[in-house]
Design a protein around this ligand. Structure first.
Ligand code: GDP
Ligand code: MN
Length: 382
């Protein structure tokens, strides 16, 4: 789950990462009231899950009530890279002396955490990484050791952080690491991390991606869960309790078990098809779950064929078949459905499909053959 900037800042504050005082607002009047309370100058910032808000006119400094009103009016409703601004964050403005960059994320290749720190923040960090990679200091962190103040200070020196900011930056890194580690985030990023003209170091922006797999131990995340932030199909899948990930191709995929769903995507690619999604109906799925899965995929206009790949263990073949038939009676599905059923009660399942007698349903004996049929059909119907 990606947090909005102000939610990220609220999370930072819990772990002692310094941020400015502020308030969120969804309309101009609330934004102005917030600005009055905070005191001028304030910064009015668009809250959208996309970077580059500053360049897009989504960050404005205001020195008076009139300016705060004008800023909120200009930003609310603004389209930033396809995201319409529905909320702003109004915070006390900061006098910036220097802009740095700091982040923690997982380095899957090195199997460790990775801290990146640069004295050249504020700008596109991808651009810095490309043009002058040496300007970004990197530190691999063993999850068992973590990072302490000394390690953080050494990294700050290595990154070329200004002398008067070294202790402040090191302090932020230690707190930010706790936020990342104990807070179960996959990514925490501050760009810019600023040195103020009066010598303080604090976070002016916040990008936080929480690890959804850890949601069970963070009931406090619930207030941030915004189903509207999901793509409509992902939202429908979540409501139905399905594991769905949208992809770019034309072959809709339904399988039982994450491993089989991934192999199904692989096999479709191997025979020249392109998966439109990953969808795992889980173990022991009944007819209702199967019907929901088809319903989700049927809303995807890219889908030209559907490949249902079920190896029954606990999941029973006749339930899967009943679900397919139910779905066809309940929702309008244009695409042909290639079904590979194997394992528990597969024969009963195939009999149910044959009896239903729809031309749209194609039974296929093996995974490879089914992948070929589904990919060919998708190509023909492109
Ligand atoms: P982004 O463009 O989406 O990354 O949004 P940021 O929150 O990083 O803001 C963009 C830029 O606006 C920053 O790099 C700063 O230069 C500027 N900015 C943000 N907050 C303040 C502030 O309190 N004071 C001043 N002077 N500039 C700010
Ligand atoms: Mn930023």
């Amino acid at each position: 789950m990606d947090l909005l900037e102000y939610q990220g800042k609220q999370y930072f504050a819990r772990y002692g990462v310094p941020v400015s005082d502020g308030e969120a607002a969804e309309d101009v009047e609330t934004a102005v009231t917030a600005a009055e309370r905070i005191g001028y100058p304030v910064v009015v910032k668009a809250q959208v899950r996309v970077g580059g808000r500053g360049k897009a006119g989504g960050v404005r400094v205001a020195h008076s009530t009139e300016e705060a009103r004008a800023a909120a009016e200009a930003i609310l409703g603004l389209d930033i890279k396809g995201h319409i601004v529905q909320r702003v964050w109004v915070e006390q403005a900061t006098d910036i002396a220097k802009e740095y960059y700091a982040s923690f994320t997982l380095d899957r290749t090195a199997k460790s955490h990775l801290c990146m720190l640069s004295a050249r923040g504020g700008v596109d960090i991808e651009q810095v990484a490309e043009e002058s990679p040496e300007a970004i200091a990197r530190l691999e962190i063993d999850p068992l050791d973590g990072i302490d103040a000394d390690g953080a200070r050494r990294l700050a020196q290595q990154a070329g952080i200004d002398t008067q900011a070294i202790d402040g930056v090191a302090g932020v890194l230690v707190s930010l690491y706790r936020c990342y580690e104990e807070g179960d985030a996959d990514l925490v990023e501050i760009n810019p991390l600023v040195l103020t003209t009066d010598g303080r170091v604090h976070a002016l922006d916040a990008k936080v991606t929480l690890d959804d797999s850890a949601a069970f131990r963070h009931p406090e995340w619930e207030v941030w869960r915004d189903l509207n932030a999901l793509e409509p199909r992902e939202r429908l899948a979540r409501e139905k309790g399905l594991q769905y990930v949208g992809l770019d191709g034309t072959v809709g995929i339904i399988a039982n078990g994450a491993g089989l769903a991934m192999s199904t995507c692989d096999v479709v690619k191997q025979v020249g098809g392109e998966p439109a999604n990953f969808l795992d109906i889980g173990g022991g799925a009944n007819a209702e779950v199967m019907a929901s899965a088809l319903e989700v995929i049927a809303t995807d206009e890219k889908v030209r064929s559907i490949f249902v790949n079920v190896f029954g263990g606990i999941t029973r073949g006749e339930e899967v078949a009943k679900g397919i038939v139910q779905a066809l009676e309940r929702v309008h599905i244009d695409a042909p459905i290639v079904v590979r059923l194997d394992g528990t009660n597969a024969e009963q399942g195939r009999a149910i499909l044959a009896e239903y007698g729809s031309e749209q349903l194609i039974s296929s004996p093996t995974m490879l053959d089914a992948a070929r049929r589904a990919s060919e059909l998708a190509a023909q119907r492109a």
